[in-house]
Design a protein around this ligand. Structure first.
Ligand code: PLP
Length: 387
């Protein structure tokens, strides 16, 4: 009998929603025209792209003209930073945080090599951003502040509206990587001072390979991709038509029952988390329980390796993640947990569970039932635990 998969790794990627798949199916073999073509066959695709742009704009609370489709969240982040630096060459300081995704941190560090001053703001033991440090750093040399909306490993939500207001007062561009936040918490850019915002389709039940960069009207940005006139000349390259249409549908789905679905996800996440913390000794929560995405839980099981836990969970068909650490092939604990000062023995045994609207209570109960056995078995083998 085929083992079922219990998927608690939705911050890595999500299942394409069946409604999304249905919507995009015709755009591979039937309606495969190029939206730039003059004929009706291509033109009908252009209409669907316009509709998708409107739906994404509605989800974000912005104007359709402020939505640029890109290839992924990484491209959106890279474009936001590089495009701003190039459009405002007189300023030489970049401010970011120590817990950003590599899609932001790598660009900032590369810019450091090119003579920019890069300041990485720290976080406290709960992963909360040091706003006072940030406030003290934003000066008239600063070209861009790039701080994520919510952290991918801990789910901690940052005070982006406060940061946006500060940046607006000091004439500094503010970019936020909202890849993990969109669809999980309400975002309304019409009531905001955020200048640039990144999102990624595959984190909200659209296909992989489609992203968005929101660019507030009037924000100066040099295009990253040069070539054709697509996206109003702001991002060249023939559009990923199925990806865009799929993202439009995913945005529509995210808006339907937004509160009910996210409340249900939060209920399941809380049940999973509290049961594990209760039933597994020497376990602790990483992150701020008062300001977190509803779907994410990061728990450290002390004195054992996260990778070993993942392998044993995998035997039951349960998918989770041990943070970004081992994706890099190194055994370094995650840079996010290190920035939070999580002790070595706890950082190594950290597991991220990230849920979606497709998880069920039965899956949570099954996982909670298996977890103490897994932890006890590994602790018996651990050199760090007194026998
Ligand atoms: N930013 C954050 C916070 C992420 O979690 C991710 C993906 O995990 C990305 C950016 C990159 O997005 P993409 O996979 O679409 O390039």
């Amino acid at each position: 009998m085929k083992m079922r998969t219990i998927y608690f790794d939705n911050n890595a990627t999500t299942m394409v929603a069946p409604e999304v798949l249905e919507e995009i199916r015709p755009y591979f073999c039937e309606l495969y025209g190029n939206p730039s073509s003059m004929h009706t066959f291509g033109g009908q695709v252009g209409i669907k792209i316009r509709e998708a742009r409107e739906k994404v704009a509605e989800l974000l609370g912005c104007e359709p003209g402020e939505v640029i489709f890109t290839g992924c969240g990484t491209e959106s982040d890279n474009t936001a930073i590089a495009g701003t630096l190039s459009a405002r060459p007189n300023r030489r300081k970049i401010i970011t945080s120590r817990v950003e995704h590599p899609a932001v941190l790598s660009v900032c560090r590369q810019m450091e090599g090119q003579g920019y001053e890069v300041v990485e703001i720290g976080v406290d033991s709960k992963g909360r951003l040091d706003f006072d440090e940030l406030e003290g750093q934003v000066d008239d040399e600063t070209v861009i502040v790039t701080i994520m909306y919510a952290n991918n490993e801990t789910g901690v939500i940052f005070p982006v509206e406060r940061i946006a207001e500060l940046c607006s007062e000091r004439d500094v561009v503010f970019h936020t990587d909202a890849v993990q936040a969109v669809g999980k918490i309400p975002i309304n850019l019409s009531q905001s001072n955020i200048d640039l915002l990144s999102l990624s389709g595959h984190k909200l039940h659209a296909p992989k390979g489609i992203g968005v960069l929101f660019v507030r009207k009037g924000t100066r940005l040099t295009p990253f991709m040069l070539g054709g006139h697509q996206e109003g000349g702001r991002r060249a390259g023939t559009e990923n038509v199925p990806g865009i249409i799929g993202l439009g549908k995913a945005a529509e789905l995210a808006m339907q029952n937004f509160d009910e679905e996210n409340n249900e996800v939060k209920y399941l996440r809380d049940k999973l988390e509290s049961s594990m913390l209760q039933s597994c000794p020497d376990s602790r929560l990483n992150g701020d329980p008062d300001s977190r995405l509803p779907n994410t839980s990061n728990i450290s099981f002390e004195y054992i390796e996260g990778e070993a836990i993942l392998l044993l969970l995998d035997k039951y068909g349960i998918c989770a993640s041990s943070g970004s650490a081992c994706t890099s092939g190194s055994l370094e604990p995650s840079h996010v947990l290190r920035a939070m000062g999580v002790p070595f023995t706890a950082a190594h045994g950290s597991i991220r569970f990230s849920l979606s609207r497709y998880n069920t209570e039965d899956e949570v109960d099954f996982t909670v039932e298996k977890m103490p056995g897994i932890i006890n078995r590994l602790r018996e083998l651990s050199p760090f635990v007194a026998k």
